[in-house]
Ligand binder design. Sequence first.
Ligand SMILES: [Zn+2]
Length: 233
Amino acid sequence: MKLLRFLLDAIFPISCLSCKTNGTYLCAACIKQIPRETGILYSSNSIPSFSMTKKSPRPYGGGFCGIIPTVSYKNTVAQKAIHLLKYSRIRALAKPLGELLGERVTQFIRANPKNWLIVPVPLHARKLRSRGFNQNDLLAEAAFAGSNISIAIKKQNPLKRIRDTKSQTELNGTKRLLNVKNSFAVTNIGAIQGRSIILIDDVATTGATILSAGNALIDGGASEVWEAVVARD
Ligand SMILES: [Zn+2]
């Protein structure tokens, strides 16, 4: 494998997707330049609308909470990196993107200390087979490497995607919400009961995923559900 990697690197040298510096898909200097999001997007708690407001419509406390964005999807470097990770299957990009997400979520956890459970948003089995990996697992692993925060990845994931939905990028707002409605089921109630959960996802657009996955988790007994994303659309 090492020889193959060496040959591939010689034929197709790796370079930063933004500044073209050799040796990395996304260099530290370019990551540093991506503007960080600071606010939280709160849910109005009503389905199927997710009000992407920066002001909480109600006092904090349990249930359906909000989206914690790291950067904006309008940032072309972030957008390109996420695209290459998911659609060109450049797994190496999960590390810098995951670390970026990790900084943000760690800040959030420090400000809200409790026994959090991190749950990467699962892919449907069919999509997982065709992509070969769940980018959200890779992002979560990179985000919390070396920390003592509980992560439920792969077989430990208490959530299952039961509907193979169309790619969200092809659909508009209302269709996206309908597309993921009832898409998730909880497969391990014991793992989530009374837990404070942070879902991990690559991109949030309408809030459709947190509504659907969050509902399944709250119905299953989770006490609160947030979603942390690399980029918000
Ligand atoms: Zn660069």
